[in-house]
Design a binder for this molecule. Structure first.
Ligand code: UDP
Length: 463
C-alpha cells in the first residue's frame, strides 16, 4: 500500500491564488506528497487547455473540478467577491464534505486562507487544516488589525484623513497611511460585504494548525514577527516560483496561466537593448476605465521609452477592448510599443531587455519582479495592492508608488525617472533583494528550511 501522505489543496478561484497554490502543489509533489487540487470547472478547463499541468506533476497529482455553478469570471463584476462567496458556500462546501468522505484517506486540507468554509468542513470531521494565504504578510497583517483600527475610530476612514498614518497596525505605525490600507478597508461604510468577508476570514486564521505564506524572512521579517504573536506556526516558503525553479534546477518554471500566452513578444524583446523596455501589466482581474486607459496610453507613449503592454481583452471596465490605436498615439505606439493579450510574465521579467515594470502591485507580480531585480512603478487597484505598493515605494525603496493618481504627465515622468534618472538607485535595491530571495529558496535558506519543516509536519500527521 502507498504510504505517502495525501493532501487536498483548495485555492480561491482566481489566477493569482491558483498560480501560487499550484506551485506549492508541485513543490509537495516533488517530495512524494500526493495532491488533489480542487478548482472551478472553468479553471480546470483553462489549465488543461493552456498548460502542461498534468504531465508536469506525475501520477500523484489529481486535478479535481468542483461542481458547475461557480465561476471566477464574476470577480470582474460589481459585488463579484460576495457573489463568489455565496456560490462557494452553497456549492463547494457540501461538495467538499462528500468528496472527503468518499476519497482515499486524506492527511490534511491546505485551504486558501480566505476560505474558512473549507476549514468548517475539515473541523467537522477532525481533519487537520493548514492555511495558505497567497497575498503578502503585510496585507494579511493589516487585515488582521482592522478591529483595532475600528476601536480607536481610525476606521471607517475619513476622506480628509487618508494621508495620516494609522496607529494600530503594529510594525507599520511609521509609514502606513489610510490610503495604503487594502481597498476593501477604505470603504466609508464598514457594513460593505467585501469588508466583512475579508475581516471575518482573516480573523479566523488562528483556527488552522499552520499558516503558509508566499514570502521570505528577509523581505517581511518585522511584520512576520507581529503575525507570529497570533499565529505561532508560520511557514514562509516563498517566493514559491523561485523556490520551484531552485528545486527543478531550471531558469524558469512552466506556466500556470489560465489564458493563452503570446510567446511572440519574446522575439520582439530579443531585438531590444538591455534594460530598455518598460513592461506594463495590470494583472488578471484589475480593469481600467476608458479615461484611465487613455491617460496611461499618453503617459507611456510620451515617456518615449520602449514598452511591452499586456492589454487583456477585458481590461476596459464594462466593454470589450477594440483594437484601435488613438490617432495621436499611433506613431509612438508602433515605433516603440508591443501589445499582447497575455504574456509569459515570469519569462518576460527575466528578459535582459526589461528595465522596469509598471504594475498593479498584485503580490505574485511584485514577487516576480523582485526575484528578477526589476524596479517597479506601482498603480494599485484593489485588495492588497495598496499595501504592497506602499512597501515597494516607502519601505523597500524599489520603485515609485503612484497610487490614487492617473495623470499622463505624472505617468510619463515616473517612467522616465524609473528607467533613466533614478534607475541606478532602484536597481541597486531590487538586485540586493533579488539576491536575498534566491538565498532564501536555496539549500540552507529560510524558505528552503520552512518547506522542509512543512513537509515533515504533513508526514507526521499521516494516519
Ligand atoms: N500573468 C501572466 N501573464 C500576463 C499577466 C499576468 O502570466 O500577461 C501572471 C503573473 O505572472 C502573475 C499572475 O498572472 O503570476 C497575476 O497575479 P497577481 O497576484 O500579480 O495579480 P492578480 O491577477 O491576482 O490581480
Amino acid at each position: 500500500m502507498d504510504s505517502s501522505p495525501r493532501v487536498i489543496i483548495f485555492p480561491f478561484p482566481a489566477q493569482g491564488h491558483v498560480n501560487s497554490m499550484l506551485k506549492l502543489a508541485q513543490l509537495l509533489s516533488l517530495s512524494n506528497v500526493q495532491v488533489t487540487f480542487l478548482v472551478t470547472v472553468d479553471t480546470h478547463d483553462r489549465l488543461l487547455n493552456h498548460t502542461d499541468v498534468i504531465s508536469r506533476f506525475g501520477s500523484g497529482f489529481h486535478l479535481q473540478p468542483l461542481p458547475h455553478g461557480i465561476s471566477m469570471d464574476v470577480m470582474n463584476t460589481r459585488d463579484g467577491l460576495s457573489i463568489l462567496y455565496d456560490s462557494l458556500n452553497k456549492i463547494a462546501k457540501p461538495f467538499l464534505r462528500e468528496f472527503i468522505a468518499y476519497s482515499p484517506v486524506t492527511t490534511c486540507l491546505i485551504t486558501d486562507g480566505i476560505l474558512s468554509m473549507a476549514a468548517d468542513v475539515a473541523q467537522e470531521i477532525n481533519l487537520p487544516i493548514i492555511y495558505f494565504r497567497t497575498a503578502s504578510a503585510s496585507s494579511f497583517w493589516s487585515y488582521f488589525c482592522m478591529p483595532d483600527l475600528i476601536q480607536v475610530g481610525e476606521l471607517p476612514l475619513k476622506e480628509n484623513a487618508k494621508d495620516l498614518t494609522l496607529t494600530k497596525v503594529k510594525g507599520m505605525e511609521d509609514f502606513l497611511r489610510g490610503r495604503d490600507l487594502p481597498s476593501f478597508c477604505q470603504a466609508s461604510d464598514l457594513t460593505s460585504p467585501d469588508f466583512r468577508i475579508v475581516m471575518t476570514e482573516t480573523r479566523q486564521t488562528p483556527r488552522a494548525r499552520g499558516l503558509i505564506l508566499n514570502t521570505f524572512e528577509d523581505l517581511e521579517g518585522p511584520i512576520l514577527s507581529q503575525i507570529r504573536t497570533v499565529c505561532p506556526n508560520v511557514y514562509t516558503i516563498g517566493p514559491v516560483h523561485a523556490h520551484l525553479k531552485a528545486k527543478l534546477g531550471t531558469k524558469s518554471t512552466s506556466s500556470n496561466s489560465l489564458w493563452q500566452e503570446d510567446e511572440s513578444c519574446m522575439s520582439w524583446l530579443d531585438t531590444q537593448p538591455p534594460k530598455s523596455v518598460i513592461y506594463v501589466s495590470f494583472g488578471s482581474v484589475a480593469g481600467l476605465t476608458k479615461e484611465e486607459l487613455l491617460e496611461f496610453w499618453y503617459g507611456i507613449v510620451n515617456s518615449e521609452q520602449k514598452f511591452l503592454w499586456v492589454m487583456r481583452p477585458d481590461l476596459i471596465i464594462g466593454q470589450e477592448r477594440k483594437d484601435e490605436i488613438p490617432v495621436e498615439l499611433e506613431q509612438g505606439t508602433k515605433a516603440r510599443g508591443y501589445m499582447a493579450d497575455w504574456v509569459p510574465q515570469e519569462k518576460v521579467l527575466a528578459h535582459r531587455a526589461i528595465g522596469g515594470f509598471l504594475t498593479h502591485s498584485g503580490w505574485n507580480s511584485t514577487l516576480e519582479s523582485i526575484v528578477e531585480g526589476v524596479p517597479m512603478i506601482c498603480w494599485p487597484r484593489f485588495a492588497d495592492q495598496q499595501v504592497n505598493s506602499r512597501f515597494v515605494g516607502e519601505v523597500w525603496k524599489m520603485g515609485l508608488d503612484i497610487k490614487d493618481t492617473c495623470d499622463r504627465d505624472i505617468i510619463a515622468k515616473s517612467i522616465r525617472d524609473l528607467m533613466e534618472k533614478r534607475n541606478g538607485e532602484f536597481s541597486q535595491r531590487t538586485e540586493h533583494m533579488a539576491n536575498l530571495a534566491k538565498k532564501a529558496v536555496n539549500e540552507g535558506g529560510s524558505s528552503y528550511i520552512n518547506l522542509d519543516r512543512l513537509i515533515q509536519d504533513i508526514r507526521s500527521i499521516t494516519p
